[in-house]
Design a binder for this molecule. Structure first.
Ligand code: FNR
Ligand code: 8K6
Length: 347
C-alpha cells in the first residue's frame, strides 16, 4: 500500500534517491555553545540514514540569523568540521543529507548574538516572545539596506559553499515558515517601496537573488528551496501574497532546482487566497520536483504521490519518534506516536 515510496527517484543527473521518503528539517537546539553539532547529533542523523534524503535541522548562515538557543551554524571552521562528522556518519550508513540554510530575520533575537540589529525586509515586528523564553520579546527589526541585502546574499552563497565543504550532498534554502526570505515574500512583513517591495517581481527579488547566488556557487542540481505560500507561522496572511507566489514559482521552475519543498505543518489546511492546500497550489504553478509535507502518514503520502499531487514525501515528527521510520513503514510495523516531550533528547 506504500510500495511507491520504496522505488528510487532521480532528482537530476547528479543525485538519485534510494526511496521517496525525506526526513523533514527539524530544529532540535542540541548544538554546543559554539553552535557546533556534537557526536550525539551525528549519531541521531546516522540512525535515520535510510531516508532517501535527510534535510538537516535549520542551520544559521551567520550570527544575526539566530532566533533559538543552540541551533547549529555553518560559518566557522569548527562548525564546518562538526558537520563533517555528521555527513560522514550518514554517508557511512548509505544515506544522503542536505543542509537547510537559515536566517530567521525578524524572528532573531540579539540575546543570542550579543546585541546589534535584527534585520528584516521592513521595520515590522512579529508579536510575541522566543518560544520557552518569555523574557525575550521580539524586537522591531531594522529594514535591511541595499548594502545589507548584498551581504546577506553573499552570506547565503558562502554558507552553501561551506556546506559542500562539510560533505553535504546539497542544500535546502529555508525560504519558508516566516523567516528572513519569507519576510520579503509576504505583505505582512514587506512594506518596502524600493526595488525589493510592493510588486510581485520586486518582492520575489531577494529570494531569487539568494537562489541564483547559491546556484552559481554549488550548482542547481544540489540546490533545493522551501517556501510557504500560505502564511501560518510567524506571519499574517494577506490575499495579495498570491500574486507574489504566482510570479515567484514559475520563475523558480526555470531554474532546474533539485526540488521545491512545501513549508507547512498540516497540508490539509485550506487557504482561500491560494484556492486550496499549499501543495495543490504549488503543483498548479510550479513544474519541477515537489516535496509534499505536513501531517502525512506514509499511507496518505503514498496515495498523494500516486495521485500525482507531489513527487516526494517529507516526514517530520514521526521521524523524531521513530529513528527507524523507513524500515517500520516498509515492514508494516507499528509506529511510536510523537510527543512534544521527545524534544528533550536526541534518540
Ligand atoms: C519543525 N519544522 C521545521 N521546518 C523547517 O523548515 N526547518 C526547521 O528547522 C524545522 N524545525 C522543526 C522542529 C520541530 C520540533 C517541528 C515539529 C517542526 C517543520 C517540519 O519540517 C515539518 O514541516 C512539520 O513538522 C510537518 O511535518 P510532520 O511533522 O507533520 O510530518
Ligand atoms: C524552526 C524552528 C522551530 C522551533 C520549534 C518548533 C516546535 C513546534 C512544535 C509544535 C508543532 C505545531 C506547531 C504548529 C504551528 C502552526 C500554527 C498555525
Amino acid at each position: 500500500m506504500t510500495a511507491n515510496l520504496f522505488t528510487p527517484y532521480k532528482l537530476n543527473d547528479t543525485l538519485t534517491l534510494s526511496n521517496k521518503i525525506l526526513m523533514a528539517p527539524l530544529t532540535r537546539c542540541m548544538a554546543d555553545d559554539d553552535l557546533v553539532p556534537t557526536q550525539q547529533v551525528a549519531d541521531y542523523y546516522a540512525r535515520r540514514a535510510e531516508a532517501g534524503l535527510i534535510i538537516s535541522e535549520a542551520t544559521i548562515i551567520r550570527p544575526d540569523g539566530q532566533g533559538y538557543p543552540n541551533t547549529p551554524g555553518l560559518y566557522t571552521p569548527a562548525q564546518i568540521n562538526g558537520w563533517r562528522v555528521v555527513t560522514d556518519a550518514v554517508h557511512k550508513n548509505g544515506g544522503k543529507i542536505f543542509a537547510q540554510l537559515w536566517h530567521t530575520g525578524r524572528v532573531a533575537h540579539p540575546h543570542f548574538f550579543g546585541g546589534g540589529d535584527v534585520l528584516s525586509a521592513s521595520a515590522q515586528a512579529v508579536e510575541g516572545t522566543v518560544p520557552r523564553m518569555r523574557e525575550l520579546v521580539y524586537q522591531t527589526p531594522k529594514a535591511a539596506s541595499l548594502e545589507d541585502i548584498k551581504q546577506l546574499v553573499a552570506d547565503y552563497a558562502q554558507a552553501a559553499a561551506n556546506a559542500i565543504d562539510a560533505g553535504f550532498d546539497g542544500v535546502e534554502i529555508h525560504g519558508a515558515n516566516g523567516y528572513l526570505i519569507d519576510q520579503f515574500l509576504h505583505h505582512d512583513s514587506n512594506r518596502r517601496d524600493d526595488e525589493y517591495g510592493q510588486t510581485p517581481e520586486n518582492m520575489s527579488r531577494f529570494a531569487l537573488e539568494v537562489v541564483d547566488a547559491v546556484i552559481a556557487r554549488i550548482g542547481a542540481d544540489r540546490t533545493g528551496l522551501r517556501v510557504s505560500p500560505g502564511a501560518y507561522f510567524n506571519m499574517a496572511g494577506d490575499a495579495r501574497d498570491r500574486a507574489v507566489f504566482d510570479y515567484l514559482l514559475p520563475a523558480l521552475s526555470q531554474r532546474q532546482l533539485a526540488f521545491l519543498h512545501a513549508g507547512i505543518f498540516d497540508d490539509s489546511m485550506q487557504f482561500d487566497y491560494l484556492g486550496g492546500s499549499v501543495s495543490a497550489y504549488i503543483r498548479s504553478v510550479y513544474t519541477g520536483t515537489l516535496v509534499g509535507v505536513g501531517s502525512y502518514t506514509a499511507e496518505a503520502g503514498s496515495a498523494a504521490i500516486d495521485a500525482n499531487k507531489f513527487d516526494l514525501l517529507a516526514i517530520g515528527r514521526p521521524f523524531i519518534a521513530n529513528p527507524d521510520y523507513v524500515a517500520k513503514v516498509r515492514n508494516g510495523d507499528e509506529l511510536v506516536p510523537y510527543a512534544e516531550t521527545m524534544l528533550a533528547e536526541l534518540i
